[in-house]
Design a protein around this ligand. Structure first.
Ligand code: FNR
Length: 386
């Protein structure tokens, strides 16, 4: 079945008088998620750094590119499949790591609901270090769909090793090391309410279940959660340098993907340091304001990656955005806030709906605009319009 056929289901349901109960457009998804989430969770997820100019720029950058339609191509069947680190994936879409999925879901188990949606759609999940349920349970919920583990590298090297080895044992297919968040950026929305979810004990299951982390505590986290949180805050962020990469590389034979790379020189150095994949992202504008959009640096990052896979995120809000990032050279495109909003509205069903909608729109654009394969989607398919 083609991804675009999701619309056929919806129109036929309409004939039976059944209207979709989940939003079809991003603006409504966002509006309804705001109403569904607790105010503190909403502002944490929707907010970003500074006056959020970089965050808005991530979205605005997509509007500066237009796709050029080609006719008489006969794009009756589209092939969105992609090879990523030897994994044969049916589409180039991924679920970006989001560290508060647990509390975005109404039942408090959003990581598991997202993993089930990943299993249902075959869209791989990049599971955050910050989760409400331990990574082993997240991995179990992924079924046959491959997943990746995102590492926030702690300052305690043995703890970092333990997390990576647990991820490997649980069956994750790659380690995404996030480089841009060893310290939290200046986030006025959260600062104005003094709200930082992890300091309130949310989404720390991977630490609290970890034998190395537990061995560092005088009392187990169940007996003294306050002390465990304080210990977590002390070890969370490691300001890594290039000198740390050989150590990280030595921890696993899984592919290592470096997340947060925006400068071509960093991309080249990452390749030289043994990174298998490049993840072009500015963390959705949550970390440093006053920056470039992620899309504006993508082509340079792809060129510097010199054939290594490039994962892209930040600002993707539609299937058209997915297609534009692919045309600029991304190997795979990760979705962030939109699926967290789907999770808030409908749990597993909400995430599945957002993913199916995103894939349907991408597939239908390839059909209408005459680009039947991802190979046919090159920079030639785009014109700069602003
Ligand atoms: C994130 N992101 C993130 N990244 C990461 O590597 N580990 C994490 O735990 C988190 N946590 C997180 C929480 C929330 C609430 C958001 C919105 C984002 C960043 C994420 O992976 C991705 O880079 C951005 O979400 C992309 O921007 P958009 O498209 O969501 O605006």
């Amino acid at each position: 079945m083609a991804y675009g056929d999701y619309q056929i289901d919806i129109y036929f349901n309409g004939l039976q008088g059944v209207q979709p109960d989940l939003p079809m457009a991003f603006a409504e998804l966002e509006r309804r998620a705001e109403a569904a989430l607790a105010p503190s969770v909403w502002s944490y997820v929707a907010g970003g750094a500074g006056d959020e100019a970089t965050q808005r720029e991530n979205v605005a950058a997509f509007a500066r590119w237009g796709l050029v339609p080609r006719m008489l191509v006969g794009a009756k069947a589209r092939d969105l499949s992609v090879d990523l680190f030897g994994l044969q994936l049916p589409s180039p879409l991924l679920l970006a790591p989001i560290g508060v999925l647990g509390i975005c879901a109404q039942d408090g188990h959003g990581d598991l609901a997202t993993a089930r949606a990943s299993a249902a759609t075959r869209v791989p999940m990049i599971a955050s270090t910050l989760s409400a349920d331990p990574l082993e349970q997240v991995a179990d919920s992924l079924g046959e769909t491959p997943g990746f583990f995102q590492l926030y590298t702690p300052t305690d090297r043995e703890l970092a090793e333990s997390l990576v080895h647990r991820a490997e044992a649980a069956g994750f297919k790659g380690i995404v090391v996030t480089l841009d968040t060893w310290i939290t950026g200046w986030r006025p929305r959260d600062l104005s309410t003094g709200n930082f979810p992890q300091l309130r004990g949310h989404c720390l299951a991977n630490y609290f279940t970890d034998p190395v982390f537990r061995s560092r505590l005088a009392q187990p986290p169940e007996a003294n959660p306050g002390a465990a949180i304080v210990h977590w805050a002390g070890v969370f962020g490691n300001p890594l340098t290039w000198e740390d990469l050989p150590w990280l590389r030595s921890l696993t034979s899984l592919p290592i993907i470096l997340k947060g790379l925006m400068h071509p020189e960093d991309v080249r150095q990452a390749r030289d340091s043994g990174a298998d994949g490049i993840y072009c992202s500015n963390h959705g504008g949550r970390q440093a304001n006053g920056g470039l959009s992620s899309l504006d640096v993508l082509a340079d990052v792809v060129d510097a990656a010199d054939g290594a896979p490039v994962i892209f995120d930040s600002g993707v809000r539609s299937g058209a955005d997915v297609i534009k990032a692919l045309a600029l050279g991304a190997t795979a495109v990760a979705l962030g806030r939109p699926y967290a909003y789907g999770l808030a509205l409908g749990g597993e069903k909400g995430v599945t709906h957002v993913l199916r909608g995103m894939l349907a729109e991408a597939d239908l654009i390839m059909a209408v605009d005459g680009y039947p394969t991802l190979d046919s989607l090159t920079r030639e398919a785009l014109r700069r319009i602003g």
